[in-house]
Design a protein around this ligand. Structure first.
Ligand SMILES: C[C@@]1(CC(=O)O)C2=NC(=C\c3[nH]c(c(CCC(=O)O)c3CC(=O)O)Cc3[nH]c(c(CC(=O)O)c3CCC(=O)O)/C=C3\N/C(=C\2)[C@@H](CCC(=O)O)[C@]3(C)CC(=O)O)/[C@H]1CCC(=O)O
Ligand SMILES: NC(=O)c1ccc[n+]([C@@H]2O[C@H](COP(=O)([O-])OP(=O)(O)OC[C@H]3O[C@@H](n4cnc5c(N)ncnc54)[C@H](O)[C@@H]3O)[C@@H](O)[C@H]2O)c1
Length: 212
């Protein structure tokens, strides 16, 4: 088994070339869009769900069969055709500095993609190292329930509050205590209930040095 190294890559405006435009390509596009990658799909056909994205310019579609020069600008490459010999050709054509995901051959891949739950800045990813993508998907569904949509607002609040605390207190025990008290569970509940005044009052107490 490969022990993958998990990292969150800033792929903004970098080119990701996906060879193949079917079901798997659609999943990869969905996870790349929020990361604002420059997504290029090379494929003679395009899944219906991707057509509007190509029309609106959110992805670039090169309506053609794969050729090695399609990879010229790629930081990441995803070989996602239903033809093993084409996926092999993509791998052959990749330069040593380009990282490739062979969706049909995990052992040949430089990276694999986890199941992902996004709640604003909170990003939860699940990988089984390829042992069971179905389990990864199930755990993702469990996480979506446990960390529901409110976490988006909640984590954004924590982010703002952390900046305010950092501006107010020097590094040290007082700042640490203040940051720790932000994890008071009521803050999540107040966010959930729209009780923003109570949330704000609690933050003000912390900023006054009345952290509990
Ligand atoms: C998580 C998710 C993210 C994503 O795709 O981005 C993902 N697979 C998802 C769905 C899914 N995968 C499969 C089915 C069909 C039913 C089933 O079997 O369940 C479905 C369901 C569906 O499609 O709806 C089968 C399958 N998957 C792989 C192979 C090939 C092989 O094993 O070699 C085959 C057999 C192909 C065949 O034999 O035909 C390989 C990979 N799939 C991975 C990720 C990577 C390892 C993840 C890990 O476990 O760590 C890895 C190694 C490579 C990669 O990164 O591409 C996404 C969840 C979507 C979500 O977010 O909800
Ligand atoms: N990683 C995963 O999660 C996962 C899940 C299921 C299947 N797979 C594997 O992924 C591969 C793709 O599956 P799919 O369901 O997306 O298939 P699909 O049939 O939906 O799509 C295949 C795409 O490849 C394109 N294609 C074919 N020949 C091409 C060429 N020469 N150049 C460019 N594009 C070409 C087709 O036009 C089509 O758009 C399969 O090999 C399958 O084994 C991976």
């Amino acid at each position: 088994m490969t022990n993958y190294f998990p990292i969150h890559i800033n792929i903004e405006y970098k080119t990701v070339v996906i060879v193949g435009g079917g079901h798997v390509a659609t999943q990869k596009v969905a996870s790349l869009l929020p990361a604002k990658a420059n997504i290029v799909v090379v494929s003679p056909t395009l899944d219906d769900s991707l057509v509007p994205l190509a029309e609106s310019g959110q992805i670039t579609w090169h309506e053609k069969e794969f050729e090695p020069r399609d990879l010229d600008d790629a930081s990441l490459i995803i070989a996602a055709t239903n033809d093993t010999s084409v996926n092999e050709a993509v791998q052959e054509a990749a330069q040593h500095w380009q990282l490739i995901n062979r969706t049909d051959a995990q052992a040949e891949s430089d990276f694999i993609t986890p199941a992902t739950v996004r709640r604003g800045p909170l990003v939860l990813t699940v990988s089984t190292s390829g042992a069971s993508p179905a389990l990864a998907r199930k755990i993702k569904a469990d996480l979506e329930e446990q960390f529901d949509a409110v976490y988006d607002d909640y984590v954004c609040f924590l982010q703002q509050a952390r900046l305010m605390i950092a501006a107010k207190f020097e590094k040290g025990p007082q700042r640490r205590a203040a940051l720790q008290s932000l994890l008071e569970p009521s803050l999540l509940e107040w966010t959930r209930n729209g009780e923003i005044d109570r949330r704000e009052a609690f933050l003000q107490q912390i900023l006054m040095g009345e952290a509990r």
